[in-house]
Design a protein around this ligand. Sequence first.
Ligand SMILES: Cc1ncc(COP(=O)(O)O)c(C=O)c1O
Length: 508
Amino acid sequence: MSASTSYQPVLTEKSINPHVLNVEYAVRGELSNRANKYAELLASGDNEKVKKENGIRFDSVVTANIGNPQQQPYLAQKPLTFWRQVAALTEYPDLLENKSGTLSDLFPSDARARAEQILHDVGSVGAYSHSKGASSIRKHVAQYIEERDGHPSDPELIYLTAGASAGVQLLLSVVVSGPEVGVMIPIPQYPLYSAALAFNNCHAVRYELDADDDWAVDVAAMGRTVDEERAKGVDVRALVVINPGNPTGSCLTEANIQDILKLAHEKRLVVMADEVYQRNIYHPDQRPFISFKKVLRDFGKSGNAEEMELANQVELVSFHSISKGVSGECGRRGGYFELTNMDPKVEAQVYKMASVNLCPPLQGQIGVDLLVRPPKEGEPSYALWKEETEGIHETLKKRSRKMADQFAKLPGVKCGEAQGALYLFPEITLPPKAIEAAKKEERKPDLYYCLRLLDATGICVVPGSGFGKQPGPNGECFLRTTVLAKETDEFIQRFGDFHKSFLKEFEG
Ligand SMILES: Cc1ncc(COP(=O)(O)O)c(C=O)c1O
């Protein structure tokens, strides 16, 4: 039979899963597509010619829209040497056979020993592992958590994942039983959450973070929101907290975490604690990172009967990742989650769902091992590891501070110092004429500003509305930038020049 010209494709925008259409992910939206196009054009040949032909006014694109530290060429954080040595040896074990000469100099004895240990457990990185991840690595994660929190951790309740994203999506697919379910998410939030909830066709119940109180959680307001939503018939059953915060850069106080956990107990809410930035802390003396697990288990020692009960009742899922911290190994896709106080029958279902995916990527799992078990003092790789990690940490801290200071000096811009994570979230008040111009293009003012910024400077950031923080009535807009750009001074210069000329254009 000849192919019919009237053949209609099975898959159209109308016929596919409608929930897919509801998914939005601003971090990789219109702006980043345009930025990619600019980058491709600039990479395609004679820069001056390409710039002239395409009206491009900059030499390079600065991808400040996504926390991807090793992205080339503009961020280009150097991978940690020990990580790559172990990754190389596990990837190509023949290298372990070479015990003398140049190759052996490349791989110190502790990197070799680590690779051998890992291979002893997983066999080959080309084989599926246990669906929860290799058992030796889960044991190391449990040891890390025990040392961090001072409370026991069970490797059987730890699941290695393909990044925190995969863990969050797995958990949400178990938590959300139907369209009446509601999951609380912070505003502003990391759009993985709104996207996953849209895909699961349930309610994203918003709670506002307080910009005037270091983006803390207003727990009383959160409680009222739960009651209001439940009165409308929404089955609010889980609560997402991102600490340290993305996009806010805040780090919650212990008292705030205690209040959140008490509310979760009172209202019966599963807590999903996204703690992927736990190593990105800039003022550990004033605002240390404290895990939800620690605060929860500490209640068990309080001597107060109600609190002691809470410690063993609030259901908690804690997420971590190799993508952030100082490792920045985003492309390897590694992370884990830990279940606390979960009904064993539910845990069995989580295990089953993890098994459907067979196993997380092996190099991602190895990354988790390196994250939780770095070289120790006295071991051959320790000095270099310390120098590299401290260097990256100091650089991020310095850049974050410098960028916040410079943003705050610009007219119409408010920007607080970040306590952690990899971002700044400045507030920019746009003049009324700029809002009008955005309206004419049928765009939100913050997106309009960010597109103009990209077109003028090559800097790609994300508008606050992408994180659920909508522009205010008097032109107040937010945007999120990473603090990863190598050339901080040039970034600030390009940004500042654009901002001033933008204001001049619309105020004049
Ligand atoms: C708060 C938060 N959670 C999760 C993720 C995703 O991390 P991963 O690369 O481990 O999937 C990110 C990435 O930027 C993030 O900012």
